[in-house]
Design a protein around this ligand. Structure first.
Ligand code: ADP
Length: 756
């Protein structure tokens, strides 16, 4: 920093020089020559007007001079002033001179050129300016015309009953000029009676005024300088004196007369004159001389002292609106005008804010109520449609659910389902998670326009139910999902229905397939005996046969016929059962006898098939007869079907038929064999129509697949149940129960045996 000091000093010096030089070249020297003295209010105010207008900051330098001629006027004095000015201003190149009032103006006209050279001059306060023959293109100024006519009108308005106007003036130049002007003006007011007083001393003035009765009188002071002790006294100095001797309203045109003295009138003041003259000087120094008129009008205004007005009981409302009042008591409002206007503005602003806020709140309330309405409409619509609404925020793993979702999942309220996103995933059926994740990814990557899926969700009871999910991502950030909104619908019944439809379809297809298989079997079953019948008939018709052969062939034909008849009976039975046409015909019969018959048929069958099968019939009771009441034909039919199958599916071994009475009215039959058996998976299907165990038809065992279906239907018809116990190569045991009515004898035996 130290190293920079000389450098900085140089910069400061150079800039100071430049700066000072610039200012110097712009300074404008103006001399204000006042006719009067600085303590004279008119002059003081006029000076202030000039100084404030041509301010130093604008580059004006004002030299102020007071010739003090109001108090001290003589030619020698003026000569001395001239000499003094000549000496004083010789080194200065003055730019312009402002002259206030007549003496200064006349002084300048006489000596100005000699003192300052040919310089622009502006005048003000010169009463009779129009009487001077001066170069109006060079010298400009402000008129000092007092509005005597205007003031007389004010006097007459305030005092309509005025009987006499007392006009007072003095011996000063101003006083004499204004008295002349008054006398010219008063001719325009022929009804106004007046008397003029030329004031030479306060005593004389006081004495003369005391001659007037104050009632309906007014005093108009044009000028009031009274010589005293070698100098004139200021007008205002006489005011107290005059005020003390009379009680007559006083009017005047000079602002310095205010102050417990005059009421007012068209008032002119020194400040306005000074400001106006300085403004003209500024324009001249700015080079606008040609644009400036010779004489600017006198700035003046009606000003009234409110205190004086009240003192003389004069009515302020008679005055023009433009009247400016001084000393007017200020009302609370006017006194605190600025505060009140600030508070008012603040209040108005607050009111405006309140109004705006009220409007905003009203609009907001309306929007909220509309929103609520629309929300409740939506909620009602969703509720009516049994649809739940969900809203997921992925940033916070937050899931919103409405009442509908809770209801759909069997909960009372949404709070019961206060799950995070992860927890929600746990209620999805494990088999559906992949599918739903795939749907979400497809939507998140804009491959699919919406998120759709059908999933099973765990309900409050722990069961899974089917639901449809439809949603859409409403907001993404950096291509990451932020928010997704959607609905949840219960499609469980629809799904179940679809499943049932599918099952029904599959069943129909199966049934169709079975029917085809049945037809194929049927044709086989019909063709085989038919071929036998036709073949043996042909032999009998066309070939020679001995009696034994003849009988044998006829037997074959009969057997085939029987076989056909059985088949047809089966078909008729199943269709009758299906159409509900079969009626049970219970009768009293001997069960042992029935079993013997069945055994005989079975034995014949074994023989005819030439199978090495031992048939065992187990009768529970040893007596010859067991009389019961049931439908013997249907019992026999079932037993025969079961024995027929047992023999059919047993190559060799044992076929056993047994029964037992488990309760007094329940018979249980069992047909078991040691044949090829049935896989447990096929246990149910073999009781269905046209169904055969898979290897059933492959071993040429034939059959229609109707036997067990008929047996099951008959057992059910009789009020019982049928089932099988078997496995591959383990043989098979078919069991069925039927209710029955034991006959007394048999029952007795039965009861004895079972200690009942
Ligand atoms: P069909 O015997 O005319 O085929 P069924 O309804 O009587 O018709 O029997 C249906 C199927 O049940 C049979 O085709 C066979 O596959 C199986 N089945 C029935 N009884 C037995 C048995 N005792 N041993 C093995 N399989 C059997």
């Amino acid at each position: 920093m130290k190293n920079f000091r000389p450098f900085i000093t140089i910069i400061i010096l150079v800039s100071t020089f430049l700066f000072t030089g610039e200012i110097k070249s712009e300074i404008k020297d103006v001399v204000l020559i006042n006719s009067y003295h600085p303590t004279f209010m008119w002059t003081r105010e006029l000076t202030e007007g000039v100084v404030n207008t041509l301010s130093e900051s604008e580059g004006y330098r004002i030299s102020i001079e007071y010739m003090d001629t109001k108090r001290f006027y003589n030619e020698a004095h003026l000569e001395a002033v001239k000499e003094y000015f000549k000496i004083k201003y010789s080194p200065l190149n003055v730019d312009g001179i402002i002259c206030s009032d007549n003496h200064a103006f006349e002084f300048f006209l006489k000596y100005g050129n000699e003192i300052w050279g040919d310089k622009p001059m502006v005048f003000c306060g010169v009463n009779n300016i129009r009487d001077f023959a001066i170069d109006s293109s060079k010298y400009k100024g402000i008129a000092e015309d007092i509005d005597i006519a205007g003031t007389l009108e004010i006097i007459m308005s305030l005092q309509p009953n005025l009987e006499e106007l007392i006009v007072v003036s003095d011996s000063s130049l101003t006083g004499l000029l204004f008295m002349d002007q008054f006398k010219r003006t008063i001719t325009k007011f022929p009804d106004l009676k007046y008397s003029a007083i030329h004031a030479v001393s306060a005593t004389q003035l006081g004495h003369e005024l005391s001659n007037y009765a104050p009632k309906n009188r007014a005093i108009y002071i044009l000028s009031l300088y009274i010589p005293r002790e070698g100098a004139t006294r200021d007008m205002i100095e006489e005011a107290a004196f005059l005020q003390s001797c009379l009680d007559i309203p006083i009017y005047g045109n000079w602002n310095f007369l205010f102050g417990d003295f005059i009421i007012g009138g068209y008032i002119i003041n020194g400040r306005d004159q000074g400001v106006g003259a300085a403004g003209i000087m500024r324009s001249i120094l700015n080079g606008q001389l040609e644009d400036i008129p010779f004489l600017a009008p006198t700035p003046q205004q009606i000003i009234i002292d409110y205190n004086q007005l009240k003192r003389h009981n004069l009515d302020a409302s008679k005055l023009p609106e433009s009247t400016l009042f001084i000393n007017k008591p200020i009302g609370y409002f006017e006194k605190n005008k600025s505060e009140i206007s600030i508070i008012g503005s603040v209040l108005a602003f607050l009111m405006l804010v309140i109004l705006v806020l009220t409007r905003i709140i009203a609009l907001k309330n309306k929007a909220e109520s509309n929103l609520k309405k629309s929300e409740s409409r939506l909620e009602l619509a969703l509720e009516g449609a049994n649809i739940g609404l969900w809203d997921v925020d992925f940033r916070f793993n937050d899931v919103y659910t409405n009442n509908g979702i809770a209801e759909l999942l069997g909960y009372k309220k949404p709070a019961d389902l206060n799950y995070s996103l992860k927890e929600w995933q746990s209620i999805f059926h494990p088999q559906d998670i992949n599918q739903i994740e795939e749907a979400f990814v497809m939507h998140a990557q804009d491959i699919s326009p919406a998120f759709n899926g059908e999933v099973r969700l765990k309900t409050s009871s722990g069961d899974y139910k089917w639901f449809a999910l439809h949603g859409r991502l409403t907001h993404k950030e950096n291509n990451k999902p932020v928010r997704m909104v959607g609905i949840l619908m219960n499609i469980h019944f629809q799904k179940e229905f679809e499943e049932q439809l599918q099952l029904a379809k599959e069943k129909a297809e199966e049934s169709d397939r079975l029917k085809s298989a049945f037809l194929a079997n049927m044709s086989h079953e019909i063709r085989t005996p038919m071929n036998a019948i036709l073949g043996f008939s042909d032999i009998l018709l066309y070939d020679q046969a001995n009696r034994e052969e003849f009988l044998n062939y006829l037997g074959m034909i009969r057997k085939s016929g029987e076989s056909l008849l059985n088949l047809i009976n089966d078909i008729i039975d199943i269709s009758k059962i299906e159409s509900g046409q079969i009626k049970l015909k219970p009768e009293t019969f001997d069960l042992h006898n029935l079993l013997d018959n069945v055994a005989l048929v079975a034995q014949t069958l074994i023989k005819s098939k030439k199978k090495d099968i031992t048939l065992v019939i187990k009768k529970e009771l040893s007596q010859k007869e067991l009389i019961i009441n049931a439908d013997p034909f249907r019992v026999e039919q079932v037993l025969y079907n079961l024995l027929n199958n047992a023999i059919k599916f047993t190559a060799s071994g044992i076929v056993e038929l047994s029964y037992e009475i488990q309760q007094p009215d329940m018979l249980t039959f069992r047909v078991s064999d040691s044949g090829r058996g049935i896989a447990p998976n096929d246990h149910a299907i073999i009781f269905e129509r046209f169904r055969q165990a898979p290897n059933g038809s492959n071993d040429n065992s034939g059959g229609t697949g109707l036997g067990l279906a008929i047996s099951k239907s008959l057992v059910h018809l009789m009020g019982g149940k049928i089932y099988v116990e078997s496995d591959i190569d383990q043989g098979a045991t078919f069991t069925f129960h039927i209710p029955f009515k034991p006959e007394t004898a048999s029952l007795k035996t039965f009861a004895q045996k079972h200690n009942l």
